[in-house]
Write a protein that binds this ligand. Structure first.
Ligand code: ATP
Length: 171
């Protein structure tokens, strides 16, 4: 596939007759001598002009995932419960941090999974493609593995003190 970016100021760097889109990406074809040119992304529709605007877009992504992805809401709820329990049970700070990290990792991978889904759908639309299946299944698999690891971590750190507290209350 040739990406015919004729409006690009860097179009002189395009490889004529190239069969790979990689050759046409402007970042790959910038002259090394011009540092200002190196990081211009001509293919981007919009580039956040400030740090605050970057945060706004990032937050929009989190909000989108929360509103549209049931799994993201479930992971957020479980992570919040686990961290709250860890604080209430007065676990050592390192253990609270480990629970926070593993919960955050699951949510991060769920966001990446949502991004992969969007890019795949954008690329193949409603048609079946076995590489689309590989991409989506692997992204979902990454979430699954991290969720199992998070459950193991939270279970092994939270269950012993939780059971002890419950037994104390029942006496
Ligand atoms: N275009 C496609 N071509 C081939 N298989 C697809 C395609 N779209 C979806 N699939 C298959 O259907 C499954 C479900 O697709 P979906 O878009 O709901 O992703 P998902 O990761 O299961 O979503 P979620 O994380 O929201 O549950 C994918 O894991 C994949 O196996």
């Amino acid at each position: 596939m040739v990406y015919n970016n004729t409006h690009s100021p860097n179009s002189q760097y395009l490889v004529p007759g190239s069969r790979s889109i990689v050759h046409d990406l402007s970042l790959q074809n910038q002259p090394e001598s011009d540092p200002n040119q190196r990081f211009k992304r001509d293919l981007a529709w919009c580039i956040a002009p400030t740090l605050m605007v970057s945060f706004k877009y990032a937050w929009a992504g989190v909000r989108y995932a929360f509103v549209t992805q049931r799994n993201f809401r479930i992971h957020t709820l479980i992570g919040t419960v686990a961290i709250t329990l860890a604080i209430l049970l007065e676990l050592p700070p390192v253990e609270i941090a480990v629970i926070g990290l593993t919960s955050g990792l699951v949510m991060t991978l769920e966001l990446l999974n949502t991004a992969v889904e969007a890019v795949v759908d954008l690329t193949v639309k409603q048609s079946y493609h076995k590489l689309a299946k590989v991409a989506k299944d692997c992204a979902a698999g990454a979430v699954l593995i991290s969720a199992i690891a998070a459950l193991l971590v939270a279970g092994s750190l939270l269950l012993p003190p939780l059971v002890t507290r419950i037994l104390l209350l029942m006496r």
